[in-house]
Ligand binder design. Structure first.
Ligand code: PMP
Length: 390
């Protein structure tokens, strides 16, 4: 026998399953989720210990990277966009219909996963400056990926416009009557409604309605609008809750919230050929007003601008102190949560979102963290000084 095997108790599988079954007698029959779509939502909330200690407030994180299909809050959105399209007859399973989307990654991954589970094809247009992990993953999920050179939103070559065109071309040229459906996460109300109907109520239930601040970044704006609308309108929190936008460098939304004017970066986009904003952060920050952001904009009370360096410092800190390994947008959210907490009374409760895992950002964001030499920052043991916050 192999070394080491002697100290393992000899358990026969049949005995084990029988005793497990017996122990269930008298308990309610557990609900087993049906398919991968059954493990979307109901993500846990937990306290980030080091951030709570450093701020004297409670910093809670909704672990959206635990959504079971594509590993981000976009699972909720993709599920709802497909459901609404099916209801409207824009998609029919098993007919060769294709879902088209323009995405920096997460929404594409969720759509490609659910397309497989529900009998559709997926066609994803994505800028070519996003991390390769995301496009590789899309390939393995069997999606067609069109990686495009970053272009301003006014250009027909912008990834969102291209996806819309491809969907139209599909339907127009389809010989087998199959349909092309443009999911349109930036403008579709199915996006913020997914958060209004699921993420918002979950936060309310998990905190017992006890929260003072909600912090999130905006890519499409679906998350912040849907949750703000639920907590402030539906649950009547209004003045009791501060909603704070976390915005990365180069994004125009911060100025819109703080000063009511959108910082125009068209020139900058044009000259630098950036698809979105000039930052290392992926998934949040934008230079136009989308329907999903507009849906909840009036309910956003404040905004925090977060630098790339702060996001990298935070990402490193969360690994060092808490064993939490996240992507760039989650790190931005956490920096803004700390800044927002420092403006509150001690003991206030701040809720934010961890959007996706760091494993999706190894080649870009985390490589930069390594290149900056941020692995060993023990000489700055204080979080606030590390972030440059007083
Ligand atoms: N984090 C990541 C990693 C994302 O991809 C996105 C969406 N693009 C967001 C956060 C922002 O979410 P929303 O689109 O709801 O504003």
């Amino acid at each position: 026998s192999r070394p080491g095997s002697t100290y393992l108790p000899p358990v026969k599988l049949e005995d084990h399953t029988r005793s497990a079954r017996q122990s269930m007698v008298g308990l309610p029959t557990p609900q087993i989720p049906e398919g991968i779509e059954g493990i979307i939502g109901n993500t846990p909330i937990f306290r980030i210990k080091s951030l709570s200690e450093a701020t004297g407030c409670e910093i809670l994180a909704k672990a959206e990277f635990l959504n079971g299909a594509g590993g981000s809050p976009k699972d909720r959105v993709a599920l709802n966009m497909i459901a609404m399209a099916e209801e409207e007859g824009l998609l029919t399973p098993g007919q060769g219909d294709t879902i088209y989307e323009g995405t920096v990654g997460s929404t594409g991954i969720s759509l490609a996963t659910l397309a497989r589970a529900k009998g559709y094809k997926a066609y994803i247009c994505m800028p070519n400056d996003q991390s390769t992990e995301k496009s590789d993953l899309l390939h393995h999920l069997g999606a067609t990926v069109e990686r495009v050179t970053p272009a301003p939103i006014t250009s027909t070559e912008h990834f969102v416009n291209l996806a819309r065109t491809r969907a139209k071309e599909h339907t127009a040229s389809s010989e087998d009557e199959s349909k092309g459906f443009f999911a349109d996460q930036f403008e579709s109300p199915a996006n913020y409604k997914a958060h209004f109907q699921t993420t918002g109520p979950e936060i309310w239930q998990q905190t017992g309605g006890q929260l003072d601040v909600f912090v999130a970044g905006a890519g499409t704006g679906g998350t912040i609008s849907g949750i703000a609308l639920y907590l402030k309108h539906e649950m009547g929190m209004r003045g009791d809750l501060k909603v704070v936008l976390a915005d990365p460098e180069g994004s125009g939304l911060y100025n819109k919230v703080k000063h009511g004017v959108m910082f125009s970066s068209t020139e900058r986009e044009g000259t630098r050929r950036r698809q979105q904003v000039d930052t290392i952060v992926e998934g949040i920050g934008i230079n136009r007003l989308t329907e999903n952001f507009e849906a909840g904009r009036e309910l956003i009370d404040d905004a925090v601008k977060v630098t790339d360096l702060q996001a990298m410092q935070m990402a490193r800190w969360l690994v060092e102190r808490d064993g939490i390994f996240v992507g760039s947008s989650s790190a931005v959210n956490c920096v803004a949560a700390v800044v927002a907490a420092m403006k509150m009374e001690r003991g206030s409760r701040v809720v934010t979102v961890l959007c996706d895992s760091g494993t999706r950002h190894l080649s870009k964001f985390w490589k930069s963290v390594g290149d900056m030499g941020l692995e060993e920052e023990h000489e700055k043991p204080n979080l606030l000084s590390r972030l440059g916050i007083k």
